[in-house]
Design a protein around this ligand. Structure first.
Ligand code: PHE
Length: 441
């Protein structure tokens, strides 16, 4: 058998994992979700969920991959026995489901990028036609296909030659661009109003609103790419010596900072050009209509900003899509002995087909987004049980082997056993309750 590939460096691993985490979920999802969940209350809850609930799970998911050196489909069986096989399937099915609709939104992003670059931005009276051209007709399929093909090309080039290489040049570029854009957004007349709406709009009741709780949990898992086997796959290529707790902290820190910076770009733009209320209309409305139309009033500067922003979003999405595709691909290689190219072609074609309903209907796309988020939390819950209760020896050995501090390990283990599973359980319960409620009343 061929030796298992490894990341060239621990920085490469971190950048690839951060690349998975930072994506459309941060740039599109985060500001929009925050506006739906009561601004600052959502933000506070989100940060708490990330630091207290998700971080221990992130480390455990990585340990699951590293200690078994296996793909997400096989790792749960290797560490916990046959009984855990369904967990591997949940990982594979959820990643295919997410990539299926994610590629559609990537396609819209690419379309808006090319439109901004070559044709300019839509005027307010052209906004309707602009959206129709974006989200209907053959251009949607073209965008979806282009996005999947690019993703497939990177993944088929392998862990070092494809995924790590892409992350190494794109992540620094992404950070640079996002900082520049947030500085620019700070100079807009509506900047302060935007920050206020996003960061300072305190309404403590929102903290107990089931919808805010559902959004914060869903967004935290989605944004960290957690509970879906990606970190299993990525960590299975990682070095036994690298300190996973520290790396997990850096990855989640970068992800959260990018989410907040994204809000500090979009909120000022929307408040300057369109006013309150606009950001809450819908996911599609805010980012693919309001943003380009708003920026149109700035002439050339607006066009440059739009090109940078949508280009940036596409690259961020690509590094996330690549990680999603790696889950079924590494699983097929591991389970059936296929070669990488076969696995890539098969998985990509299947994902394209699953994404067709989402390409045809925004409503189906939003539903896929909402429901797959529940899978991530279920995956996260199972990781807590498997690593915190069933395979504790392997978990301890792995973390002890990389010399992480005993205090840190004790804290993580305690949280993994007692706090994260209970919190995720409550989060899942509240989320399901919130989702079925409209049907009941
Ligand atoms: N974390 C990515 C984002 O924020 C999306 C993603 C979700 C990627 C789940 C992998 C798994 O856009």
């Amino acid at each position: 058998m061929e030796a298992r590939e490894q990341w060239r460096s621990s920085l490469g691993f971190m950048l690839a994992a951060a690349g998975s985490a930072v994506g459309l979920g941060n740039l599109w999802g985060f500001p929009y979700t925050a506006s739906q969940g009561g601004g600052a209350a959502f933000l506070l809850l989100y940060v708490l969920v990330v630091l207290v609930v998700c971080l221990p799970v992130l480390v455990a998911e990585m340990v699951l991959g590293r200690s078994t050196e296996s793909s997400p489909l096989i790792a749960p069986i290797k560490i916990g026995g046959r009984l855990w096989q369904p967990m591997g399937w949940i990982f594979v099915i959820a990643s295919c489901g997410i990539l299926a609709f994610y590629a559609v939104v990537m396609g819209w992003t690419a379309d808006t990028f090319f439109h901004s670059l070559f044709l300019g931005l839509p005027k307010p009276e052209e906004a309707g036609a602009f959206v129709t051209s974006l989200s209907t007709g053959s251009s949607v399929f073209l965008g979806q296909l282009l996005s999947l093909v690019l993703t497939a090309v990177v993944v088929s080039a392998g862990v070092r030659g494809g995924i790590e290489k892409l992350a190494k040049w794109s992540m620094p570029l992404l950070f640079g661009l996002i900082v520049i854009l947030s500085i620019w957004a700070a100079t807009l007349p509506g900047a302060w109003a935007g920050y206020k709406e996003f960061l300072l709009d305190w309404n403590l009741d929102e903290l107990f609103n089931p919808k805010t709780i559902r959004l914060a949990f869903g967004q935290a898992f989605f944004s960290l790419s957690l509970g879906i086997g990606i970190m299993v796959a990525y960590a299975s290529y990682s070095n036994k010596k690298s300190q996973l707790p520290k790396e997990a902290l850096v990855i989640s820190g970068m992800d959260t900072i990018v989410g907040i910076l994204a809000g500090m770009i979009t909120f000022p733009i929307v408040m300057t050009f369109l006013g309150q209320g606009e950001i809450q209309k819908s996911f599609v409305q805010t980012l693919f209509i309001s943003l380009p139309t708003g920026l149109n009033s700035l002439g050339l500067t607006g066009q440059i900003v739009a090109v940078l922003f949508f280009g940036l979003a596409f690259i961020a999405a690509l590094t996330s899509a690549v990680s999603l595709l790696e889950v079924p691909v590494s699983s097929l290689i591991d389970r059936f002995g296929w070669n990488r190219n076969q696995a890539v072609i098969f998985s990509t074609s299947l994902i394209f087909l699953i994404g067709i309903p989402a390409a045809l209907s925004d409503k189906i796309l939003e539903d896929m987004d909402t429901y797959t988020k529940l899978f991530l939390q279920l995956g996260g819950f199972l990781i807590c049980i498997l690593m915190g209760w069933f395979s504790t020896r392997k978990y301890d050995e792995d973390l002890a082997g990389c010399n992480s501090k005993i205090r840190v390990r004790r804290y993580l283990k305690f949280m993994l056993r007692w706090v994260s599973p209970i919190a995720i359980g409550v989060g899942l319960y509240v989320s399901v309750f919130d989702l079925v409620k409209p049907a009941v009343t």
